[in-house]
Design a protein around this ligand. Structure first.
Ligand code: IMP
Length: 427
């Protein structure tokens, strides 16, 4: 007991400036949430009932990120939400001209010349058929579906998060104990199933997940985990883990640390997971998702330098237009409700809405509150994209992989923490 470990959190550290070979605007922040799913912007939204339903998931995937649909609803409804995302057209379709499939190619070229469009989508009786590109923009004009979309998108940055059929990607939250839900989500087309329990390092939960993982084809992100031992145990007992969701009790609406006294701050959880993965030679192969307490791009960059591939956020998206919570006006200002999934309100809804899943715990480990309304989630993504580029630019890392090796964090004193924020002025 004399040898207590110290668990560092985002505010305990700063990024050490390093020699940068590139300008911040040239930093490539694309990353992977699983070995096969890459994101242009490495930020995903939490599966929470005041954060992610289909509207958020569609917007984020269109913009190059990803949403994870929450599970505080009946299985059928969650599966429907997943299919709504898969059915949504990537936004670029509405931004480029559409040409009916029976139009002559020459006429299409004339049309594009006249409108100045470099590309057009060809629509047949069953919807999307291909892409036509103006000569000079690229050679040829017909491509296979996925390749055509990729070509089209490559002219527009960032690249949307799409699957090999050109459909938007989507994640969905699961419980390790609800195989039927996981199967339904898998059938509905979820690209990644994200385990959504507060403490996966539990014998029953791991065994259940080991069984469940054999029943679905979608990739599985396991979590939440906080320790090296937890990661090693899960990886030794569950096959096909495609990502790790780490962080215990750092969430802005989380009261676990208070109620149960247990926590592994997200930054430390990332470092612990990285240590486990490095021991297995798997760091960089199984992505780490840093979950909880990310407030700004600086926090996200610290998590990435510590070894994460992607960050997950609830509060950063809760106040946006696309979250499923209603706008509320208080004293002339606009807010949106945001609550923990283990808060009283969320647990009551779970009980009422889904007879297959009961509240798992009798005590509340989350709180409910309001966050300021802040416009579209696109603005959050834009802020994180350019903030991450700036941070990695300081770190001297032209990409996320470089950030793992070249990036360095240093501890600051409690006084230093005050100094590195705006101070001593009236705002
Ligand atoms: P935030 O981004 O700091 O708001 O944290 C969001 C994260 O908190 C989620 O992704 C979950 O991992 C976690 N979380 C969600 N609901 C609860 C809760 O009720 N208690 C504890 N943690 C929660």
């Amino acid at each position: 007991m004399n040898d207590l470990k110290e668990f560092l959190t985002f505010d305990d550290v700063v990024i050490v400036p390093g020699a940068s070979p590139v300008e911040p605007g040239e930093v490539n922040i694309s990353s992977n949430i699983t070995p096969s799913i890459s994101l242009s912007i490495p930020v995903i939204s939490s599966p929470m009932d005041t954060v992610t339903e289909h509207r958020m998931a569609i917007l984020l995937a269109r913009a190059g990120a990803l949403g994870v649909i929450h599970r505080n609803m009946p299985r059928e409804e969650q599966a429907r939400q997943v299919s709504l995302v898969k059915k949504a057209s990537p936004s670029i379709w509405s931004e480029v001209p559409r040409i009916p499939a029976d139009v002559e190619v020459a006429a299409a070229f004339i049309f594009m010349d006249e409108t100045g469009a470099g590309a057009a989508v060809i629509l047949g009786p069953n919807g999307f058929e291909g892409v036509i590109l103006r000569p000079g923009v690229d050679a040829g004009y017909w491509y296979g579906k996925a390749e055509a979309l990729r070509l089209l998108y490559s002219t527009v940055k960032p690249l949307p998060t799409i699957d090999s059929d050109g459909l938007l990607r989507v994640g969905a939250a699961i419980s390790p104990f609800d195989v039927e839900r996981a199967r339904m989500l898998d059938r509905a087309g979820a690209d990644v199933l994200v385990v959504d329990v507060a403490h996966l390092h539990n014998a029953n939960a791991i065994s259940a997940l080991a069984r469940l993982s054999k029943e679905v084809s979608a990739e599985i992100v396991a979590g939440n985990l906080g320790t090296k031992e937890g990661v090693l145990d899960v990886l030794s007992r569950v096959e096909n883990v495609a990502g790790l969701r780490v962080g215990i009790s750092s969430g802005s609406i989380c009261s676990t640390g208070e109620v149960a006294g247990a926590a592994v701050p997200t930054l430390t959880a990332v470092m612990n997971a990285r240590e486990a993965l490095e021991e297995l030679g798997l760091h960089g192969k199984i992505p780490i998702i840093a979950d909880g307490g990310v407030r700004n791009p600086g926090d996200a960059a610290k998590a990435i330098i510590a070894g994460a591939s992607v960050v997950m956020g609830g509060r950063i998206f809760a106040g946006t237009e696309e979250s499923p919570a209603p706008k509320i006006r208080v004293g002339g200002k606009v807010y949106k409700p945001y609550r923990g999934m283990a808060s009283r309100g969320a647990m009551e809804r779970r009980f009422a809405a889904d007879r297959y899943s009961k509240p798992s715990k009798a005590i509340e480990e989350g709180v409910e509150g309001l966050v300021p309304y802040r416009g579209s989630a696109l603005e959050v993504l834009a802020e994180f994209a350019s903030g991450l580029q700036a941070a990695l630019g300081y770190a001297g890392a032209p990409s996320i992989r470089d950030a793992w090796t070249k990036g360095r964090l240093a501890r600051v004193s409690a006084v230093g923490i005050r100094e590195v924020r705006p101070h001593d002025i009236m705002t």
